[in-house]
Ligand binder design. Structure first.
Ligand SMILES: [Fe+2]
Length: 285
């Protein structure tokens, strides 16, 4: 059992300090009672909200026994839907992970269903003003080692650029280590936003990630300044991953929530990700 219960943040003075670290509360309802709609404000304005010892209580004895396959048949992440759907053949995620260990597979599936329910309830409790669009909302489970991803801004290819709420939960015994760099507006303030940029916010994120030197796997660190955060086991964090550059340095077991927020229900709808090109060119004040 890890002794680290508090997230450690090594701040780079060259990067904006956008962290909001909250004291642990016994329930998500209590978090909302204390901080109210500041959760929506923090999320929409690109703050990184850290909640240590999140009131989720994962079954660590069970989860730490589970490792997704490596090598040729490796699984980086699995959508919860893939875990909970009926088993029809050997391609099913549970068979790929557990083989003949039916009992462990059954317990894992139950725990996924339970924690998913708590995470959806957490999103509803912390953001009661939001309506979530179920089509774009999902939870993914990542029970494998990931490391040295470069700093990048998330791009959701193939879908309308919506406003995606991300909530992450470290369910491993070891901290999840991330680099976190500049926010998108800080990077774009140094660019001339001429016609070549077009009007597609996703394309903007792709372009600046490339220019920014990130989104690569390797031993070289990203060239841009960055904070280093060691998210404690059991911690949960909220970050607008389309607006804040980030890259995992090391991580093992994590659950990641993506909720598509109905733009009409945002606290400040002009902050909608799809509006970024117009907003930064001054079309929306
Ligand atoms: Fe990302």
């Amino acid at each position: 059992m890890s002794l680290l219960k508090t997230t450690q943040i090594i701040k780079d003075p060259a990067v904006e300090d956008y962290f909001v670290t909250l004291r642990p509360e016994p329930s998500f309802g209590r978090y909302y009672q204390k901080h109210g709609d500041r959760f929506a404000e923090w999320f929409e304005t690109g703050k990184v909200v850290v909640m240590d010892q999140a009131p989720i209580d994962p079954d660590y004895d069970l989860l730490w026994k589970v490792v997704f396959p490596y090598g040729k048949r490796s699984l980086k992440k699995i959508k919860s839907d893939e875990i909970t759907k009926p088993i029809k053949n050997k391609k099913h995620a549970l068979i790929r992970i557990f083989g003949d260990d039916v009992e462990l597979a059954r317990r894992f599936r139950q725990e996924v269903i339970r924690i998913d329910g708590l995470l959806f309830a957490a999103a509803a409790a912390l953001f009661p003003g939001y309506r979530f669009l179920l089509e774009g909302s999902k939870i993914t489970w990542r029970l494998s080692v990931t490391h040295t991803e470069g700093l990048h801004f998330d791009v959701y290819a193939g879908i309308e650029p919506g406003h995606v709420l991300r909530i992450f939960l470290n369910i491993d015994s070891f901290p999840r280590v991330w680099c976190l760099g500049d926010r998108v507006e800080t990077v774009l303030a140094k660019r001339t936003l001429d016609k070549t940029w077009g009007n597609d916010a996703n394309a903007w994120n792709k372009r600046i990630t490339k220019e920014y030197g990130g989104d690569t796997f390797g031993v070289e660190p990203s060239p841009s300044p960055q904070h280093v955060v060691m998210f404690a086991p059991g911690s949960m964090w909220i970050v607008h991953s389309q607006y804040v550059s980030h890259g995992p340095l090391f991580g093992r077991r994590m659950v990641a929530v993506s909720m598509d927020v109905d733009p009409e229900t945002m606290q400040t709808p002009d902050l909608l990700f799809a509006n970024m090109p117009a907003r930064l060119r001054g079309a929306i004040q």
